[in-house]
Design a protein around this ligand. Structure first.
Ligand SMILES: N[C@@H](CCC(=O)N[C@@H](CS)C(=O)NCC(=O)O)C(=O)O
Length: 212
């Protein structure tokens, strides 16, 4: 398998799953901030121009965080990355979906890709009038999502209960952006973040990413 990632991106969560599982894989770092995900040769591999991307040994390409994470968990059932209890599974998926769909794409997306959310008329584009309000809106979405997720984590070391499951890696990658953007994590998320940081698989990935 070949795993494509870029510094600062959500791909760190899939990298952690690969290390937690212990499957053999190659990896390739892309200069995502410099536009490499939108250019060849990567664009022909994943026309969506996004990481994480995982290419299987038969050449088939997997994209979308939830799909890749679920496939990795289901093909390595001994790792317990999908809870056996349906209610715990639902909880974990609910948190994963909210971390990806709302906290990441609607919240942090407005901070990282502000220009995509700006009004497209000439006046706004020239004077950059829309940027502050887009960033404010992103910050409101982030604050609300962090508060909701913090309540979800009361009394739970991991998103679905007592052990790590796939949703933890999605929550972790989004938690990791908060301090980088000067946003304090609320206490239960801060504790979850530290719990993740303490895992050997996370330490190995952070060393590769130049963060440790
Ligand atoms: N819906 C995708 C989103 C992935 C995504 O937004 N990836 C960002 C990095 S966090 C990316 O690759 N951006 C590259 C670009 O826009 O050029 C998923 O769930 O995997």
């Amino acid at each position: 398998m070949k795993f494509y990632w870029g510094p600062h991106t959500c791909a760190i969560g899939i990298h952690i799953l690969l290390e937690e599982i212990g499957v053999p894989y190659e990896s390739e770092k892309l200069d995502v901030a410099g536009g490499a995900a939108q250019q060849e040769p990567f664009k022909s591999i994943n026309p969506k121009g996004k990481v994480p991307t995982l290419v299987r040994d038969d050449g088939t390409v997997m994209t979308e965080y939830g799909a890749i994470a679920t496939w990795l968990a289901r093909t390595n059932p001994d790792k317990g990355l999908i809870p056996a209890d349906p209610e715990a599974e639902r909880r974990g998926l609910e948190i994963m979906d909210y971390a990806i769909g709302t906290l990441h794409l609607q919240g942090f997306g407005r901070l990282f890709k502000t220009e995509l959310y700006e009004p497209q008329d000439m006046v706004h584009q020239t004077l950059k009038l829309g940027q502050d309000s887009v960033k404010r809106q992103g910050r409101q979405i982030i604050d609300q999502a962090l508060a909701i997720l913090d309540r979800e984590m009361v009394g739970r070391p991991y998103v679905a209960g007592e052990t790590l499951t796939l949703g933890d890696t999605a929550l972790f990658y989004a938690e990791r952006w908060a301090p980088q953007e000067g946003i304090a994590l609320p206490p239960h998320l801060a504790a979850h973040f530290e719990r993740m940081i303490a895992r050997p698989a996370v330490a190995r990935v952070r060393a590769v990413w130049g963060e440790a």
